[in-house]
Design a protein around this ligand. Sequence first.
Ligand code: ASP
Length: 417
Amino acid sequence: MRKTSLNAQILAGVLAGLLLGLGLSLLGKESTVAQAGLYIAELVGTLFIDLLKMVMIPLVFTSIAVGVANLRAHRQMHKVWKATLGFFIFSMMLAILLGLTAANLVRPGAGLQLAMFQDAMQGFRAEQMALSDFFAHFLHSLFQNPMTALAQGNVIAVVVFALLLGIALVVGGERYANILILLQELLELMLMLVGWIMRLAPIGIMALLLKLAATQDAALLATLIEFIAVVVTTTLLHGMVVLPLILYLVTGMTPLKFWRGAREALITAFATSSSSATLPVTLRCVEQHLHVKRDIAGFVLPLGATLNMDGTALYEAVAALFIANLAGIELNLMQQMIVFLTAMLAAMGAPGIPSAGMVTMVVVLQSVGLPAEGIAILLPIDRLLDTFRTAVNVEGDMVGSLVVQKWVGHEQHINEH
Ligand code: ASP
């Protein structure tokens, strides 16, 4: 008998997790069964994330170094990085535009009483972060002693170091060929480990979703339903219409084909709320199911996991307008343009970890004089919203790698004539 496919098992895990989680929440917080269930779910879910994070840093390091070395050797690096950054900025701009338009039309939070949230806001002290400090902080985080960066799991600093190493490997030429081969083999080994870890994905994802479903506060969700609806609808619109449309127009790939290949990564992103932890799965999906060349995927995806965040950019913009509405402040066109720009910076500066977007949102709020304490209102529902935005963040990276591959390949084709 044929073994059930991993995909089917993962889908079963999603369903079982959500249903069991809802079941546990019906039992109530005091029930011993619910407490034991939650404890086990937390343990198993975190272990799954730990395993992904274990391979993530060596994987990022090797895939970028090898990818850059190979691209440079084939004189494609120039085109690839331009296409990559161009796509990241373009898709995030579309996402923010979508979010701002919807938030202006629906005006979530306009009728709500700020007084309702007074308690939450009083106990909350947002860290002050001026735009200039934020920018300086971001720049400093780019360059770090590689050992520290590897040990601390600072993805962006690992990316930068691996990028430089990859370039040096090519500039150095034949003399360093052995190191390149070594890195290549290390990368293959890491991908093998990812394959093993993915066998645990059904159970890990089940545990993560069980905990998510069991710990939602229904009353709070009901109060903020309008805001949640705007965020979820626009995020889904971006993920299910805008990104697939770009993909189809550029590469001719149909959405169904894309989703079938991308499914494992999208579900893992949804369950873990972390683009970085999902990265091993993203790389695997894009290479094995969507047939992006390893060099391009190895460059675009790790960079995208930290820089390209469509879901986060959209969220930051909508949330800023929501807090403005709550506080009864009308943002004019100029201020909304500032929100547009800072939301993009805040999304790029957010690392791919759960709720990172919440932290960098202080920058957006402060840039237009909104109370940073407003974040306290959003924190309790963030785990829920982070699911959708992380999935769309990861989807944007995958679409990006396909689009970049097409652009680079296409230009090469033209040059040949
Ligand atoms: N959790 C998101 C991610 O990893 C970042 C965010 O909080 O928006 O992509």
